[in-house]
Ligand binder design. Structure first.
Ligand SMILES: CN(C)c1cccc(CNc2ccc(C(N)=O)cn2)c1
Length: 246
């Protein structure tokens, strides 16, 4: 997969290109990443990338021309037709399904805004999808863009060790993850659930599935509303709902 970023702070992206699963994906050639800095596309002596908003108001906006030229340079470098994504609090809320749809593109160009955002005409003329990670404001779109890079990279075949990708599927099927335990067997008087020590793989699978259902029901019932349950899941849910005090 090819990902480009347009950002005033391109070095920030070293956090994903140089570390962990995303760093390995770059080293293994599964992910190609490049960054373009709008400041390199300015033509004035002061390399101006921002300007005051028409109509007044606090803060500055990113100017159209440096951003546009940086995006076009990224487009020329991208294989195939790139999907241009602008990270902003005004975007469509991103969830795992949205990550999967972003990951289906051959090339992505992630535009990280700074200041109070960008001129609306840049969005209208250059941006394919405006995306928000959640209802909160960051000082720039870079951390949101890096989160997108991490989430889509995990979906590239081979990016996760084989074992992890199997586990990841279970989580990505719309339920919250079950509790996990590792040594010591007893910690401050709290023991690891017996079923996990028994080595009965199907009992462990069922226990984990029921724990995921229970946790999702308790913390995020909204995720269950639109979910189609397997017969087994319905049985496990019924057990939970018929528990004393449920
Ligand atoms: C209006 N405004 C402050 C603004 C407008 C555009 C970009 C930015 C850059 N900051 C971001 C970006 C994304 C997110 C998110 N929730 O995905 C949060 N913050 C800020």
């Amino acid at each position: 997969m090819w990902i480009g970023a347009v950002s005033l702070f391109p070095e920030m992206f070293n956090a994903v290109t140089d570390y962990g699963i995303t760093g390995r994906a770059v080293r293994d050639g599964l992910l190609t990443f490049n960054a373009w800095n709008p400041r390199d596309f300015t033509h004035d002596r002061h390399r101006t990338v921002d300007d005051r908003p028409y109509g007044g108001g606090p803060g500055m906006l990113m100017k159209i021309q440096p951003l546009r030229d940086a995006i076009h340079a990224a487009r020329e470098s991208a294989p195939g037709k790139a999907c241009v994504v602008y990270l902003s609090p005004q975007g469509e809320r991103l969830d795992q399904a949205g990550v999967e749809s972003l990951a289906s593109n051959e090339s992505l160009i992630l535009v990280a805004g700074r200041y109070e955002g960008v001129d609306e005409r840049l969005i209208a003329s250059e941006v394919d999808r405006e995306v928000s990670l959640g209802d909160f404001v960051l000082s720039g779109g870079e951390l949101a863009a890096m989160s997108v890079i991490d989430a889509v990279t995990r979906l590239i075949p081979g990016a996760l060790g084989h074992a992890q990708s199997a586990e990841q599927d279970s989580f990505a099927d719309g339920l919250l993850d079950c509790p996990h335990y590792t040594r010591p067997e007893v910690y401050e008087g709290q023991a690891v659930p017996d079923v996990l020590l028994g080595g009965h793989h199907d009992q462990i699978r069922r226990w984990r599935l029921q724990q995921s259902l229970r946790r999702t029901l308790e913390r995020r019932p909204d995720l269950l509303e639109k979910r189609v349950f397997t017969e087994e899941e319905r049985q496990l849910l019924d057990e939970i709902l018929n528990e004393p005090g449920a």
